[in-house]
Ligand binder design. Structure first.
Ligand code: PGA
Length: 252
């Protein structure tokens, strides 16, 4: 069964006390809301995981790290590994965000390793892909998406694939206020589902959750989520205010 998911990506925002307050507010809103039709996840900085875990009901609000290392342990000063993330009680990790690919030079090969280590540690992976404006204008959207997904994920078994969530995030729509239109997003989501079907079969593709990310907010979420291949969102800016985030959670 395909799941709808709305996941927050706080990025490098909030101090620990601020993050704990935000997590409490989201947890309380989710607990008090009736008939939520999606799973809710919050993606928080490494420093916040342990404290946030203590103030949420993990059965109602999933907890994600925003990255993990491509090694499990050892002399990698400043890195945080997948087993470390899992040991906080977090159950998800966001991998391959365009900010990590762009600013920290994460390659497809590195991400493949990170995906393997995350799954091995028992984490579910929210795997991001998406094209830049130049790539879109050059007609390369499908080539980029296919390369990003196949190079880092298509070595997985069908069983492993059940712990993968895809997030399509056109880079030109992230934090810019420019949302992809629901038709533009649906076109790429349908393409991604087709790729998954080719690799793993139609049933697995039908069960795969594909999120949209990029300036998603309460006002545009209903139209995006109404599309057949858009199963929720990965939310940056609008996840930093509990009311806005809940406005998206309740958009289904
Ligand atoms: P945005 O970010 O919602 O602020 O555009 C989305 C993301 O980068 O995950």
């Amino acid at each position: 069964m395909r799941k709808n998911i709305v996941a927050g990506n706080w990025k490098m925002n909030t101090t620990v006390p601020e993050g704990v307050e935000l997590a409490k507010a989201v947890n309380e809103a989710v607990a008090n809301a009736n008939g939520i039709k999606c799973d809710v996840v919050i993606g928080v900085p490494f420093t916040h995981l342990t404290a946030v875990k203590q103030v949420i009901d993990i059965n109602k609000v999933g907890l994600a790290a925003e990255n993990c290392a491509d090694h499990n342990s050892g002399a990698y000063t400043g890195e945080v590994s997948a087993p470390m993330v899992a040991s906080t009680g977090a159950n998800y990790v966001i991998l391959g965000h365009s900010e990590r690919r762009g600013y920290y030079n994460e390659t497809a090969q590195m991400l493949k390793t990170k995906v393997d280590l995350a799954l091995e540690a028992g984490l579910k992976v929210i795997f991001c892909c998406g094209e830049s404006l130049e790539e879109r204008e050059a007609g390369k959207v499908e080539d980029i998406i296919k390369a990003e997904i196949s190079e880092s994920l298509f070595h997985l078994t069908t069983e492993q694939w059940s712990n993968i969530v895809i997030a399509y995030e056109p880079i030109w729509a992230i934090g810019t206020g420019k949302t992809a239109t629901s038709d533009q997003a649906e076109e790429v989501h349908a393409f991604i589902r087709g790729l998954v079907a080719q690799q793993y079969g139609q049933q697995v593709a039908d069960d795969t959750t594909i999120l949209y990310g990029g300036s998603c907010k309460p006002s545009n979420a209903p139209e995006l989520f109404a599309k057949p291949d858009i199963d929720g969102g990965l939310i940056g800016g609008a996840s930093l205010k509990a009311a806005d985030f809940m406005g998206i959670v309740t958009a289904f």
